[in-house]
Structures are given as structure tokens and as C-alpha cells.
Design a protein around this ligand. Structure first.
Ligand SMILES: NC(=O)c1ccc[n+]([C@@H]2O[C@H](COP(=O)([O-])OP(=O)(O)OC[C@H]3O[C@@H](n4cnc5c(N)ncnc54)[C@H](O)[C@@H]3O)[C@@H](O)[C@H]2O)c1
Length: 337
């Protein structure tokens, strides 16, 4: 017979485990744009995530092929691919929708905006129709504008839940940790940097002063590091020589953020990461989307953390971020109005 203490020790956590396992059991994730440069490796990484139990891959071209390929990986999840005319079927029953659909930046910014804005708006309208409760994770650029577009589209359909919408800025966080590790001769697990603001150029604000090793980087080295974090994407665009922008590191970052969200949805406590969400922090200045550390919980956004203490340099970076971010958000809103 089990002692009372042993019985309690077994029954309480196993009930908790059972609950979280059953929640995880229903986690169907859709990737919209699964045939692309980001979509393919992202689908592969999500297939490897034990918290994803079902994977729904959609694209206007190539998703059934990607799905057939990825489905042979020996993890437990089921994978299904959907052709161009099967968007609604792809979204049935999904809990999380990740959107890397769109064109990467090799065209002018305006062309990128117009093309991706329409793609994201139409996909968001389908989410509103078929999976209004889903958590929507936006990768398609420009994130500073596409997230407000998704919000406004869901709002028009009467189903917007600010806890369920995220712009994925994780690549900036990944780059900041990697680059700071390089500068300090450390490893990225010891150089995690909160990155706030938005997701393009000057709107990306790394808070190196909030990281013990980051604090020690000063002068020209500091300026160069901040610049590299803000414009790291350009290194990839240049090196790919017209063939596109970051895909592999972006897929990694997308899978990393999706895993964080799923851990929160499954009841894990203390999952905190920066993400671009509807935020009250600068709403009084007309900037109602902003990225800071966000705690992820059972219903998505659990708690939006404040910016925290800033150095004088970071105050200046934030001052440069805000007006540009405001313009980007307004441009997104105007597109849907
Ligand atoms: N958030 C970030 O940090 C970050 C980083 C890199 C790239 N991006 C952005 O991600 C997006 C995708 O980049 P990529 O390199 O994978 O581009 P890509 O051209 O290789 O792939 C895009 C895919 O989207 C598909 N697509 C187009 N319209 C669609 C629609 N209506 N429905 C479903 N799928 C559709 C295309 O068929 C293609 O397979 C771009 O907007 C890019 O700027 C974001």
C-alpha cells in the first residue's frame, strides 16, 4: 500500500500532468505560407516539437508536397497539406496559426507592403471565419504594419481578442543574444537581451543595459552592436544577393516563439519573451502595438511587462523608435479602414 504522502505526491502532479497532456493533445497548429523559404523549415521544426500534435500546412503552391515530405519524420504529430483552394479546411479546429505567407524583401518597401498587406488581410479574414478563437502569430513583414492589419480585420469581423495576436520579433531577440555572445566571448544562454519596440531598423530597441554582460559593452563597440542587432537582416539579404531574406534563422525563431506560446497555453508558468502585441504602454501617444517582455499563459498574453530601467543611450533609441513605429502602425490601420 502507498503511504499517504506517496499517494498525494503521485496523485496531485499526475492529475496536473494529465490535464496538461490532454490540453497538449488538442494542439493543432497551422502554417499559412508553408511552401516558402521560411514556411518549409518552420514546418519541419514544428513537426519536431512534441507540443504540436497536429500540423496543418497551407500555401497557394506546394503545401501538399511539403506536408508529404515532413510527415515522414518519426514524431507523433499528424501532418496534412492543403492546396490553394483549401484554406478553410486547413484552418478547421486549429488553436495556433503561424503566418509566414508573403513576399520577402527584395522589392521596394512599398511593393512589399501592398502585396503582404493584402495577403495577411485575406488570411486573417479566413481565420476570423473558420477559427476565430485561434492564436495568430504573424511573421509576414512589415510586422509593425501587418499585426495592426490582422487586428483590424479580426475587429471588423467582431472576433478580435488582443490576448491572441502576436507579431513574432523573436529573430531580433535571437540575433541580440548571438551577437552579444560573440562580442563578449560568452554563450547565448548567458546573453539573453530584451528587445523592445517594433521589428524593423530603428524601431528595434535592444536593452543591453538590462543584461549583465551587455552593460559592459560601451562606446564604439556598443554603437556597432546596436546597429548590427537593428540591421542584422540586411547582412542576410546582401549575402543572399537578391534571392531573399532570412529564412532558416527566421524558421528557428518562429518555432522557438511557437513553442513558448504552446508552453504557456499548456499551463507552464513563467514563460516570458518579447513579442509585438496590442499594448497599453505607449497607447496614450497613439502607439497601441508595442513589443516588450510578455508573459504567456493559458489564454495567450497573460501579462505585459513594462519597459524597465533604460540607460541614456536606450532612452535615445526609444525616442527614435516611437515616431517611426507610430507611422508604421497607422499605415497598417489605414490599409484596412
Ligand atoms: N518576422 C521576421 O523576423 C521575418 C524575418 C524574415 C522574413 N520575414 C517575412 O516573412 C515573409 C515570408 O518570407 P519567405 O522568405 O518565406 O518568402 P517566400 O517567398 O520564400 O515564401 C512565401 C510563401 O508565401 C506563399 N504565399 C503567398 N501568398 C499566399 C497566400 N495568400 N496564402 C498562403 N501562402 C501564400 C508563397 O506561395 C510562398 O510559398 C516575408 O514577408 C518576409 O519579409 C519576416
Amino acid at each position: 500500500m502507498l503511504s499517504r504522502v506517496t499517494a498525494r505526491a503521485l496523485s496531485a502532479p499526475s492529475a496536473a500532468r494529465f490535464f496538461s497532456a490532454s490540453a497538449a493533445h488538442q494542439t493543432k497548429v497551422a502554417v499559412l505560407g508553408a511552401g516558402g523559404g521560411i514556411g518549409q523549415p518552420l514546418s519541419l521544426l514544428l513537426k519536431s516539437d512534441p507540443l504540436v500534435t497536429s500540423l496543418s500546412l497551407y500555401d497557394i503552391r506546394g503545401a501538399p508536397g511539403v506536408a508529404a515530405d515532413v510527415s515522414h519524420v518519426d514524431t507523433a504529430s499528424e501532418v496534412k497539406g492543403y492546396a490553394a483552394d483549401q484554406l478553410d479546411q486547413a484552418l478547421e479546429g486549429v488553436k495556433v496559426v503561424v503566418i509566414p505567407a508573403g513576399v520577402p524583401r527584395k522589392m521596394t518597401r512599398d511593393d512589399l507592403f501592398n502585396t503582404n498587406a493584402s495577403i495577411v488581410r485575406d488570411l486573417a479574414a479566413a481565420v476570423a471565419r473558420v477559427a476565430p478563437e485561434a492564436h495568430v502569430l504573424v511573421i509576414s513583414n512589415p510586422v509593425n504594419s501587418t499585426v495592426p492589419i490582422v487586428a483590424a480585420t479580426l475587429e471588423k469581423a467582431g472576433v478580435f481578442n488582443p490576448r491572441h495576436l502576436f507579431g513574432i520579433t523573436t529573430l531580433d531577440v535571437v540575433r541580440a543574444a548571438r551577437f552579444l555572445a560573440g562580442v563578449t566571448g560568452s554563450t547565448p544562454d548567458k546573453t539573453v537581451v530584451p528587445v523592445i519596440g517594433g521589428h524593423s531598423g530603428a524601431t528595434i530597441v535592444p536593452l543591453l543595459s538590462q543584461t549583465p554582460l551587455g552593460k559592459g559593452v560601451t562606446g564604439e563597440a556598443y554603437k556597432a552592436l546596436v546597429n548590427r542587432i537593428q540591421f542584422g537582416g540586411d547582412e542576410v539579404v546582401k549575402a543572399k544577393d537578391g534571392a531573399g531574406s532570412a529564412t532558416l534563422s527566421m524558421a528557428y525563431a518562429g518555432a522557438k516563439f511557437t513553442n513558448s506560446l504552446l508552453r504557456g497555453l499548456n499551463g507552464e508558468k513563467g514563460v516570458v519573451t518579447p513579442t509585438f502585441v496590442k499594448s497599453p504602454l505607449f497607447a496614450d501617444q497613439g502607439i497601441d502595438f508595442f513589443s516588450t517582455n510578455v508573459e504567456l499563459g493559458l489564454d495567450g498574453v497573460e501579462k505585459i511587462h513594462p519597459v524597465g530601467p533604460l540607460s541614456a543611450e536606450e532612452e535615445a533609441l526609444l525616442a527614435a523608435c516611437l515616431p517611426e513605429l507610430k507611422k508604421n502602425i497607422e499605415k497598417g490601420k489605414a490599409f484596412v479602414a
